[in-house]
Design a protein around this ligand. Structure first.
Ligand code: NAD
Length: 510
């Protein structure tokens, strides 16, 4: 239940818009609320439906909407619709923050950096535990709005809220000291927070991927301005209220809403971003960010980009299990996970049996509105307009068989419920086909042969390889891609490299 919980630091709300939304922790309540008439803190469409006007969170407070803002010179004038993809109806408005508003937020992060970066790690960690606890207590609230905003099923949304909670369990720094051989000199590595960061996330797993960056950024002593995707901003808006209630020091984590061209671009380019940019999204955007920051060599860049991941099915598999794993890897969250195995390669000896079993299984188990939520239009839909809010579809998964090498279907990321199935004859051919793609994010290997698991697994050009399973992760292990799928790794101690500077000290042992 989303009422104010005992033990929360504040019985008041940071914003009247949040106050309105906070109790809507079931789909029924949220939908009834959206359909309710015009309210003072919102705007409404012609049908009188409520539209939640999201507000930036800067310096520990929600910014006033433009009409009541006293700083009109920097106020937002444009909004993007937030759309429920299941109904196509607009339920909210996401401000497109201007360069001035981005700078205002970056100044708050800069002011907060000094005190936060010198706060003991254990004290920082207590704040993060409080944030995790509050998300946990409001699990249904976050899951309901994630489902409404992104189109994913409520069940899938709950899994991602739980993962967001796990994100806040970041390990503390551990460093090792050594003695220089024969010189009686002590040497050790010292880490310090790298500075103010820009954190930018995509639309497909909104809360999970944003907190994946926020938690280590704060844990390692940095401050930030975060920008969620303009397509799915709602849970980031709710998260700001959690930060406020958790008593997270003002300015340590600021959230600005907006698109890439205006808000995101201003954020990554700003010289106030002294630490770096942690970005998750498409490869083309990653390339643009690298260009935009090329002459700011001091910025750490962590780029988690797109994938076009292979699933290799060898002739020795147990068919039922292989079908289930391959289907989950292809179609979980409507195929809108960067790690989805959308290129399935099957050994010729079992190809026909696999195609028949896979098709039957997907038809029976991946039904629209049940395991498959609403998704964006794909390049396959000929009339599909340019992607954007309000233009999503509810379609069953598409399976394309006998797709030949050289087809663009095997090259370009589709990022939706579409999987191809192709054949291979030998192990070498399987590895060659799997690696025949510019991306290298993830791969799935299905076989019962233990020696092959290592032999093939270690040759796959992918940052993450799953053998006979998919998506299970220990969140402290390195996450990231090879080739065009990105630069750098995040997760546990790997995030430490993103968010800290390292220096090596040498001193005589007297
Ligand atoms: P996108 O690149 O279009 O947008 C991602 C974010 O970048 C958004 O917040 C957007 O507003 C912002 N942005 C856009 N242009 C920008 C610019 N010039 N400067 C700064 N910010 C800018 O990606 P998307 O469509 O939201 O997400 C889908 C893509 O993300 C897919 O390619 C998917 O594979 C990838 N993805 C990767 C991972 C991973 O961990 N590797 C995880 C999830 C999604």
């Amino acid at each position: 239940m989303g009422s104010i919980q005992k033990g929360e630091d504040s019985s008041e709300f940071g914003s009247s818009v949040i106050q309105d939304v906070w109790l809507c922790d079931t789909l029924e309540k949220a939908e009834a609320f959206i359909a309710s008439p015009h309210h003072a803190s919102s705007s409404s469409d012609e049908g009188g439906r409520y539209k939640i006007k999201m507000q930036n969170y800067v310096g520990g407070s929600f910014t006033e909407p433009p009409s009541t803002s006293t700083t009109t010179a920097t106020a937002t004038s444009q909004y993007i619709d937030a759309v429920d993809p299941k109904t196509g109806k607009t339920f909210g408005q996401v401000p497109i923050s201007s360069a001035d508003e981005v700078e205002h937020a970056l100044r708050a992060a800069t002011d907060a950096f000094g005190p936060w970066s010198t706060t003991p790690a254990a004290a920082r960690s207590k704040h993060l535990q409080r944030v995790a606890q509050l998300i946990q207590e409001h699990r249904e609230l976050f899951a309901v709005w994630e489902s409404i905003d992104q189109g994913k099923t409520l069940e899938r949304a709950r899994v991602e809220v739980d993962r967001a909670v796990s994100n806040f369990k970041v390990p503390q720094l551990r460093t090792a000291a050594r003695v220089v051989d024969g010189a009686n000199i002590l040497t050790y590595e010292h880490r310090s927070p790298a500075g103010v960061f820009a954190l930018i996330s995509p639309w497909n797993m909104p809360l999970y991927l944003l907190t994946w960056k926020m938690a280590p950024c704060l844990a390692f002593g940095c401050t930030a301005v975060a920008k969620p995707s303009e397509v799915t901003s709602m849970t980031a808006f709710l998260l700001c209220e959690v930060f406020r209630r958790a008593g997270l020091p003002a300015g340590t984590m600021n959230v600005v809403f907006g698109d890439g061209a205006t808000t995101g671009s201003a954020l990554v380019r700003s010289p106030l971003v002294r630490g770096g940019v942690s970005f998750t999204g498409g490869t083309a955007t990653g390339i643009q960010i690298r260009r935009d920051t090329a002459d700011q060599i001091y910025k750490h860049l962590s780029l988690e980009l797109g994938g076009k991941n292979p699933t290799l099915v060898f002739g020795d598999v147990e068919m039922d299990k292989a079908v289930q794993t391959a289907a989950m890897a292809a179609f979980e969250n409507q195929g809108e996970i960067c790690l989805c195995g959308s290129r399935i390669y099957v050994q010729s000896s079992i190809y026909d049996d696999f195609v028949a079993a896979f098709t039957a299984y997907v038809q029976a188990n991946y039904k629209c509105g049940e395991r498959v939520g609403a998704h964006l239009p794909l390049p396959l839909h000929r009339e599909a307009p340019a992607r954007g809010p309000g233009r999503r579809l509810l379609d069953p998964p598409t399976i394309l068989t006998d797709v030949r090498p050289g087809s663009r279907l095997l090259q370009d990321e589709i990022f939706g419920p579409v999987a191809t199935i192709s054949r291979f004859a030998t192990e070498d051919e399987a590895v060659r086909l799997a690696n025949d793609n510019p991306n290298g994010l993830a791969a799935v290997l299905l076989t019962r042969d233990g020696a092959r698991m290592r032999r093939v697994g270690e040759r796959l050009e992918a940052g993450l390889v799953w053998v006979n399973c998919w998506l299970v992760r220990e969140l402290g292990t390195p996450f990231g891609g090879m080739k065009s799928s990105g630069t750098g790794r995040e997760g546990g101690e790997y995030s430490r490299d993103v968010f800290t500077h390292v220096r090596t000290l040498h001193m005589p042992l007297q």
